[in-house]
Design a binder for this molecule. Structure first.
Ligand SMILES: Cc1ncc(COP(=O)(O)O)c(C=O)c1O
Length: 392
């Protein structure tokens, strides 16, 4: 039977990483992989994480099983950042559980939505490719709409149109901030309108917050989530700490459930526990425990927030420098200045992307997505000049 399994295509980004690693050119530039890079091109462990790991090593006295919900201290410590300090549980209507990364959070949110009766999930495209894969794997129908227009702004008309024909039994999956891959986010005014539309159509929001703090700031990046939650009776929220704590391989995430009746919260979450138990039993502990230690300690929290600030500042500098280059052949870098987070998409075709790779050692996804954190003050002029050559 196993001999009959068909070869599956390799993950395109992982294949790109391999090609980049094998390229001997010293001035090659990796804009493919989705991790933050500092001005030296490195992805270092946060100093706050190092401090927390040291403390964990000294104080952790057991590795006994926790449970499918994982480290609830971690889950609760994050809540004021996501839902606001005033009433993070919204009167006992929100609670969550730890998941293996934001991916585990999205997976569980979609599986919970399906269990609750959702048949179809509406999602803007392009999106993080794993969103569609998760929906397909769980057998949930996907209905797409254009996330952005050709002019590089959110396509509110497409969103209004798709919601106009949506109703009960539908969910909508939205990126909380730092849209992957476009970097094109909803404004606060857009969110206000979206929240109203979702509430009016009785569509279940599934909000994916994977880059909080990497856009405009921790509070600012939570606007969309908080605004939608204020308007609707129930929602699912997937969260990743893998980018804003630099924990990628340690798989730190959570899923939160908001119900309308606090008395039903335990029952709703027990479905999450059952789904997790059957899938991964319980999430890996280490990363979430380290994040919890940071959030429980004012000094370490400040260290973490300062590191996050410096990451955001660096990415904004790169974006400002790109924007200053303006129109370079058919690519208008000016638009990238107003976009958020790690990613943007350049309007390049397959041949141009291949020429950048073969002739200039510049690696980017086949979709034209670039990780702006792959650019430094040392390589950005070369990058702009090389794009000018192929996009002329
Ligand atoms: C939009 C989005 N959601 C969720 C994730 C999942 O992140 P992780 O599973 O690494 O925590 C990512 C990662 O790239 C993402 O871009």
């Amino acid at each position: 039977m196993l001999n009959n399994l068909e070869q599956q295509p390799a993950d395109a980004l992982l294949a790109l990483i391999k090609l980049h690693n094998e390229d001997p050119r010293v001035d090659k530039i990796d804009l493919g992989v989705g991790v933050y890079r500092n001005g030296q091109g490195d992805t270092p462990v946060f100093a706050a994480i190092k401090a927390a790991e040291k403390k964990l090593l000294e104080t952790q006295d057991s590795k006994a099983y926790l449970g499918p919900e994982g480290d609830m201290g971690f889950v609760h410590a994050l809540m004021p950042y996501v839902f606001g300090k005033d009433d993070p549980t919204k009167g006992g209507r929100i609670d969550g559980m730890q998941t293996p990364g934001g991916t585990g959070g999205v997976r569980l949110a979609v599986a919970l939505a399906k269990r609750a009766g959702v048949k179809r999930i509406i999602m803007g495209v392009p999106s993080w490719p794993n969103h569609a894969q998760i929906l397909a794997d769980l057998g949930v129908e996907l209905k797409t709409f254009n996330h952005a227009t050709k002019d590089g702004v959110v396509d509110m008309d497409a969103l209004r149109a798709v919601l106009a024909e949506a109703g009960e039994g539908d969910a909508i999956l939205l990126h909380g901030c730092c849209h992957n891959p476009t970097g094109i986010d909803y404004s606060n005014e857009n969110w206000d309108e979206i929240a109203g539309l979702i509430a009016a159509r009785k569509v279940l929001p599934v909000l994916d917050l994977a880059y909080q703090g990497l856009g405009k700031g921790m509070e600012e990046d939570a606007y969309g989530v908080r605004c939608v939650l204020a308007a609707v009776p129930e929602a699912l929220i997937a969260y990743s700490c893998d980018k804003n704590f630099g924990m990628y391989r340690d798989r730190v995430g959570a899923v939160y459930v908001m119900v309308s009746d606090p008395a039903q919260l335990g029952a709703a979450l027990s479905n999450g526990h059952a789904l997790a138990r059957a899938a991964w039993s319980m999430p890996p502990d280490h990363g979430a425990a380290a994040v919890r230690l940071i959030l429980e300690d004012a000094g370490m929290t400040k260290l973490w927030l300062d590191e996050l600030d410096s990451m955001r500042t660096r990415m904004n500098q790169v974006r400002a420098r790109l924007a200053a280059a303006g129109k370079v052949g058919s690519v208008d870098f000016a638009a990238l200045g107003g976009q958020n987070g790690l990613f943007s998409v350049l309007p390049l075709n397959g041949e141009q992307i291949l020429r950048l790779r073969n002739d200039h050692g510049i690696y980017m996804a086949g979709s034209g997505r670039i990780n702006v954190a792959g650019l430094t003050m040392g390589n950005i002029d070369k990058f702009i000049a090389d794009v000018a050559t192929v996009a002329a």
